[in-house]
Design a protein around this ligand. Sequence first.
Ligand SMILES: Cc1cc2nc3c(=O)[nH]c(=O)nc-3n(C[C@H](O)[C@H](O)[C@H](O)COP(=O)(O)O)c2cc1C
Length: 201
Amino acid sequence: MTTLLKINASINSDQGQSSRLADQFIAAFRLRQPDVSVVLRDVASAGAIPHLDGERFGAFLAKPGERSAAQHAVIAYSDSLIDELKRAEVIVIGLPMYNFGVPSQLKAYFDHIARAGVTFRYGDTGPVGLLTGKKAYVFATRGGFYAGTPMDTQTGYVRDFLRFIGITDVQFVYAEGLAVSPQSKAEGLARAAAEIARLAA
Ligand SMILES: Cc1cc2nc3c(=O)[nH]c(=O)nc-3n(C[C@H](O)[C@H](O)[C@H](O)COP(=O)(O)O)c2cc1C
């Protein structure tokens, strides 16, 4: 049994283009590997992931024996997100571009799973990611065209973050030009569909 964690970050929930591409990939993946259990983490649903603030980060820093009840609750929530991630061998992320960056809800999720001593540790030569042995697929959807240019701030950031926690095998699929014209939208989605078919073959 393979466990696949699907992380939706679209404000349009499962109707977002990024969520739909992730679903297309999962359907193709399932054909090749029917014994897959899919877990959904929709980070953009209302109030799903709170922003990291000083109080929450204070809980991350507090020694386990010295945590207040409120800090225990913060840690339990962060631990539950991390345990879900640890259980998955395959991670699928729907990654819309909003105002030139990643959805703020995805950033909030990342802020809750970056935990020193839990998902990374500091070694002699810098940070060492602890969530190793996983494969991630990222489905990036954009209204315009950015892939391969300095304006694509998403790819480097998401790749660096995943590497930081130990997820080094990351494949990006892009659907771009979705807001340029009906034709460029159709072309962008067709290119992504072809890439999905290739990846799942
Ligand atoms: C609030 C908002 C901001 C957006 N900002 C950008 C942007 O900066 N650059 C871009 O190319 N497209 C932008 N778009 C278009 C989205 O990237 C595009 O609609 C994409 O399909 C969103 O993914 P989703 O359908 O999974 O939500 C934006 C869309 C919204 C709703």
